[in-house]
Design a protein around this ligand. Sequence first.
Ligand code: IPM
Ligand code: MN
Length: 370
Amino acid sequence: MASHSLLLLPGDGIGPEVSDAAERIVDWFTRQGSVAFEIERDLIGGAAYDAHGQSIAESTMGLATSADAILFGAVGGPKWDGVPYDQRPEAGLLRLRKDLDLFANLRPAICYPALAGASSLKQEAIEGLDILILRELTGGVYFGEPKEIVTLENGDKRAVDTQVYTTPEIARLARVGFELARTRSGKVTSMEKRNVMRSGVLWNEVVTKVHAEEGYGDVTLEHMLADAGGMQLVRWPKQFDVIVTDNLFGDMLSDVAAMLTGSLGMLPSASLGAPDEASGMRKAMYEPVHGSAPDIAGTGAANPLAMIASFGMCLRYSFDMGQEADMLDAAMANALATGVRTADIADGGNAAGTGDMVDAVIAELEKLAA
Ligand code: IPM
Ligand code: MN
C-alpha cells in the first residue's frame, strides 16, 4: 500500500483546532485502506518561538524538506507583537516558502451554492463562482533586498522594501498559470502595474512571450492593471478564470477574492515548487488562507473547511488523488447543503462548532463512500 508522509504544522491561534479537524479527515482517508498517510506534527510560528526562541527550528526545516507534503495551520497573534522582527511568527512561514522554493501559490475562490447568500456581493454576481488566483510566492517585495529601515544623518528614518523580479521567476509562474487554465476554462488574466513599475513592464513582457512562444495558443491571455483588476473582482468576478499575479498583489487580491465567497474561513491554498527531475514530485505546502484568528482561538468556533479543503488540494496536487479530492469537495458541499454552519458563515441563530462541522463532513464522506 502506498504511504505518504505529511508534516502537520498547526501553529498559533485557531491553527491547532483546524489542524485537529484536518487530521480527522486525513485519518478517515487512511481508514479507507488504499493509501496510508503518516502524520508527523511539529511547531511553527509563535508556538515555535515560545519553545525554541525561533519561529521555525532547523529540525523542523529538516522535516519539511523530507516530508511528501506539509499541512500548515496558521501563525501569529498579539502575544508575539514584541518579538524580534526576524523571529516574528510570520518569518517561519516565509522561510518555508523561500527555502523550499514554493513559488506557485494556488488560491481558488469557489462559491458553494449553499453559501451564495453569505457574500457581501449580490447573489447573481457570485453564484457559481470558480476562479483561481495564482500568486507568485518566493519573490517580489516580500524578499527583495535591500529591505531595511535606516536612520539618516538628520535623525529621520528611511524604510526600503525592494520589488524585484527576474525573467525566469515570471516565466515559470506564467507556465503554471497556462497549464492550470488548460484544465479549467482556458483563460489567464495577468495583473501588474506596468504603468508605474518597471517590474510590471517586465512581468507583462515575459507573460506575453511565454504565451506566444511556448505553445499556449489554446489559452486566452489578457492583461489588466492590478488596481483595475481589484475593481473588476468585486464588480463581476465571474469574468475571470485564472489570475496570475505577483506576491504582493496576489496577497491583496486573494483576500478580496476570498470575501466574495462569503468567508475567509472557506479558502484553501496550495504552494507548489517545481517538479523534481528524478521523481516528478513537487515540494508542496497546503494551508488555509485565513489567519490565526486570535479572537476566536480556543473557543471551538473556527471554521475547519479551509483547512480540510487544503488537504483536498494536497490529495489532488501532491498525490494525484483527484477522485478522492473531488469526493472531499462534494462532501463539504453536501455538508453545507444540510444547513450546518460555523459562526463565520451562519446567518444568526445557533452556529455549529469546529467539531460539528467535521462530523458533518465525515458523515457525507461515509455516504459517498457507501
Ligand atoms: C498570506 C498571509 C501571509 C502573507 C502572512 C501571514 C505573512 O497574509 O498567506 O496571505 O502575507 O503572505
Ligand atoms: Mn494574505
